[in-house]
Design a protein around this ligand. Structure first.
Ligand code: GBH
Length: 479
């Protein structure tokens, strides 16, 4: 093992951290915010581990100034956050909520005052409930409502926010929200999931020109996708999951088409009649950055019909299927080590993914908009104050930063790296049982304690690719 890491990040490479509105804000019913599908879902018995909800979460809404100061102490280049649609536009209406507007303005202005670049995501899964009641993402109208919301948000913040992301992981919204049922709104209907795929793609495509028009200063537009990086020898299984999980988004968005094999694989589920003339041209807007979220790999093969098919696909199994048309693909257990989510740690998968995206879309700049890991952390209260020695997370990040650096050396146009997450937060179906933060959030008191991984990230940002100690940071929590 080498004693020093050396990363070759280009000038201007952005290193920071990320969160999402419902996972951190809390204040779910305060100051005019109305429910999203995640409020409804988390309040339904049995949906979330331990019955947790985002009602309070990290109270980022109430502790904004302190959290901004924390980011400033860590020296973050950038902070990726999401806007709660129903906080800005209660009931998905046309009237801007002054308190919501004020919150996001204070957030953005506070970041800029501290020299931190705001990266805003418009949609991180929290659809206003009334839009779900009208059909949600299975309804075409939701795409135009999203474009209107995008226009309003960028009109308000577009003079200060330079980078805009339309959607976070539409794969999760569509297949977990409408297919497996593990995420809000908890539906289990393969045809609905595929309609959602298309309407999410359309929402993105309709929003991009709105953002360009309303945001001043030539904004960077983007979408963030999560990719399935395949392991295993079975070409047919790999092709199917690549079509359904990856190319269902990259082909329309970056090439203006749905691939024939995707349409064929899903023909028994839907006839794709929801795709109308002109939709693909609308979806294929040029984007400035493609956001990449990466956590782990999956190992696939076609089920041979013997016994029960194995479903180690990295998410909660709640009965429905996230794989419409491809239920005969098995997801096999992989080799460890694993994170607390049970996801295998595979930094080479990140390098492979970045290189593959660069080969498929050579002109497309990329940014890692999420990478990180849940581990069981412990607070040690000593004379220098509370510390969290999260060696496993430091090691995970060190190895993934190294993988990103290797991808850059291989010619990938990678613009930045945002660690998931700034704070321990509401981990969707797992509630508060999984901690992804580089900053610990204590249950009850909500006290923030920067973990060793946060200090390590701060060191990487300071060193900017110079040699770094490999054993994490020894710096004191406050600088
Ligand atoms: C992201 O979702 C979310 O954007 C974020 O809100 C969330 O807190 C965070 O990650 C941690 O879960 O990746 O190869 O193992 C991640 C959604 C997609 C991750 C499917 C697991 C399984 C395949 N997930 N994935 S793999």
């Amino acid at each position: 093992m080498s004693s020093m890491d050396r990363y070759s990040f280009p000038p201007g490479f952005v290193i920071g951290s990320a969160t999402a509105a419902y996972q951190v804000e809390g204040a779910a019913a305060s100051d005019g915010r109305t429910p999203s599908i995640w409020d409804t879902f988390s309040h339904e018995p049995g949906r979330i581990l331990n019955g947790d909800t985002g009602d309070v979460a990290c109270d980022h809404y109430g502790r904004l100034e302190a959290d901004l100061d924390l980011m400033s102490r860590l020296g973050l280049d950038a902070y990726r956050f999401s806007i709660s649609w129903s906080r800005l536009l209660p009931n998905a209406g046309a009237t801007v909520n002054p308190a919501g507007r004020d919150f996001y303005e204070r957030l953005v202005d506070g970041l800029l005052a501290r020299g931190i670049r705001p990266i805003a995501t418009l949609y991180h899964w929290d659809l206003p409930q009334e839009l779900e009641d009208a059909g949600g993402w299975t309804s075409r109208d939701t795409a135009s409502r999203f474009a209107d919301y995008a226009a309003r948000a960028t009109r308000i913040l577009g003079d200060r926010v330079h980078t805009w992301t339309t959607l976070n992981e539409p794969w999760c919204s569509a297949y977990l929200g409408y297919g497996s049922g593990a995420h809000a709104p908890g539906r289990t209907d393969g045809a609905a999931a595929l309609a959602a795929v298309h309407h999410l793609n359309l929402a993105h495509g309709l929003a991009v020109p709105e953002i360009r028009r309303e945001a001043r200063n030539a904004p960077d537009t983007s979408i963030t996708l999560n990719f399935h990086v395949m392991r295993g020898e079975d070409a047919e299984a790999g092709r199917r999951i690549d079509a359904l999980a990856n190319r269902a988004f990259t082909s329309p968005i970056l090439r203006g088409r749905y691939d024939d094999d995707l349409l064929a694989d899903t023909a028994s589920v839907t006839d794709w009649a929801f795709v109308q003339d002109g939709d693909l041209a609308a979806i294929a807007q040029p984007i400035d950055v493609l956001g990449v979220n990466y956590y782990s790999t999956v190992a696939v093969r076609m089920w041979d019909g013997q016994g029960a098919p194995s479903r180690h696909d990295g998410h909660k199994d709640v009965g429905g299927s996230a794989w419409p048309g491809s239920d005969r693909v098995e997801f096999l257990p992989q080799e460890g080590p694993f994170t607390e989510m049970g996801w295998n740690i595979a930094p080479d998968g990140l390098e492979e993914l970045l290189v593959s995206l660069h080969e498929q879309f050579p002109e497309q700049p990329l940014m890692i908009t999420e990478n990180g890991a849940a581990f069981r952390d412990e607070v040690v209260r000593g004379p220098e104050g509370p510390r969290v020695h999260d060696e496993e997370r430091v090691d995970y990040l060190r190895r993934h930063f190294a993988a990103a650096s290797r991808a850059i050396e291989r010619g990938v146009d990678l613009r930045g790296y945002l660690v998931w997450s700034l704070l321990d937060n509401f981990e969707w179906g797992y509630g508060y049982s999984k901690r992804f933060g580089i900053v610990r959030v204590e249950e009850g008191t909500l006290e923030r304690i920067p973990k060793d991984s946060a200090l390590w990230v701060a060191d990487v940002i300071r060193a900017r690719g110079a040699a770094l100690p490999s054993e994490g940071s020894s710096s004191a929590p406050s600088r």
